[in-house]
Design a protein around this ligand. Structure first.
Ligand code: PHE
Length: 343
């Protein structure tokens, strides 16, 4: 058989042998049989020696071309085997009929959500959000807030002392002092944050809770600004029909002072047998008033030039009313079933 026919017969033979080589071992055996040291190509090469010398170079070239062709066949077969292996692997591991179960997503804690929503409202009205230290001095917590050492109001703010002049803050009001000491008037800030009091834990009390403080001081600031801003905050948190009323009260750092009530979102103010407000139609959410001249003086502001208002609300209280929660301890029990309801 002429060399050329011999080589094309070999290529055809390999093509058919490869169709039944289903794995890499079978492929390797064929490779040895065709291209190996004592394989079919070697055998054909040996024949070159018997040719007349002038035909040998052409014959050598034909054989090399044929080897390249065989190698290409092997490469293609190898790729085919790899693809089939991958398909088999995917078949085994990827179940495209499996239901696409979404990963569980976390959500904001109702306290965080209430803080964020209240702050967003104030930021929209030009207030800055400040955070302050949870450990603060008696000067910031009391003295500069017009509560002298022997004042009975200190007992109401009973707290955890670290030193005689240093305590876990019982309210966010010390940040009124820090803010006014840091910035000249006019000033408009809110301060959310943790507070501490030596209260026994029950359905309405925690020894660690959150407040949001608000303060606006400038020329011509009056009680109407306080009323407007707090009405807006209540509408933001509880709904568009909220009303706010002020009941005369006492805080050493405000004069006049008032407790803030908002219409009960549970009954819309109707009262009677409402569980949320106990029938009064109103919910108490915090304290407020016009900043006392002594407080303005303590930070170097001139009470003859500027005036201001301040308020402080318990965040847990706001969240309890907002989400109709009867027990303040729900917020710290970390029950997924409780938290998921409010997500
Ligand atoms: N700090 C007061 C409290 O915790 C609330 C308050 C803040 C009252 C600002 C008036 C002005 O009870």
């Amino acid at each position: 058989m002429a060399l050329h026919d011999q080589l094309s017969a070999l290529a055809a033979e390999l093509a058919s042998a490869l169709t039944s080589a289903s794995d890499e071992r079978a492929l390797e055996e064929l490779r040895i049989a065709y291209l190996g040291r004592s394989g079919k190509i070697t055998e054909i090469r040996r024949g070159i020696g018997k040719l007349p010398p002038d035909e040998r170079p052409t014959a050598g070239k034909s054989i090399n071309d044929a080897v390249a062709g065989l190698e290409a066949q092997f490469a293609a077969a190898q790729q085919g085997i790899e693809l089939r292996k991958l398909d088999a692997e995917l078949e085994r591991t990827l179940d495209v009929t499996l239901w696409n179960v979404p990963a569980p997503l976390g959500s904001f804690h109702p306290i965080r959500k209430t803080i964020d929503d209240a702050c967003t409202y104030f930021v929209r009205h030009g207030f800055a959000v400040l955070l302050g230290p949870e450990v603060d001095t008696t000067r910031h917590n009391f003295d500069a807030l017009n509560i002298p050492p022997d004042h009975p109001a200190r007992e109401g703010f009973d707290s955890f002392y670290l030193r005689p002049d240093l305590l876990l803050r019982p309210h966010t009001s010390p940040m009124q002092i820090r803010a006014m000491e840091a910035y000249p008037p006019p000033i408009a800030i809110v301060v959310p944050g943790k507070c501490y009091r030596r209260d026994a834990v029950d359905a309405r009390h925690l020894y660690q809770f959150n407040q949001i403080e608000g303060l606006q001081v400038g020329e011509g600031i009056h009680f109407g600004h306080l009323r407007g801003m707090l009405t807006g905050m209540c509408r933001e948190l509880f709904g568009p029909r909220q009303e706010v009323r002020f009941r005369p009260s006492f805080f050493p750092f405000t004069e006049p002072s008032a407790e803030i009530d908002t219409t009960c979102p549970g009954c819309g103010g109707g009262g009677e047998s409402c569980r949320t407000c106990g029938g009064s139609g109103w919910i108490e959410i915090g304290g407020s008033g016009m900043v006392h001249p002594n407080v303005l003086r303590a930070v170097g502001y001139d009470p003859d030039v500027v005036s201001g208002w301040a308020f402080g609300c318990g965040i847990e209280r706001l969240a309890m009313v907002r989400y109709d929660i009867g027990d303040i301890r729900e917020f710290i029990w970390n029950e997924p079933s409780f938290l998921e309801q409010l997500a």
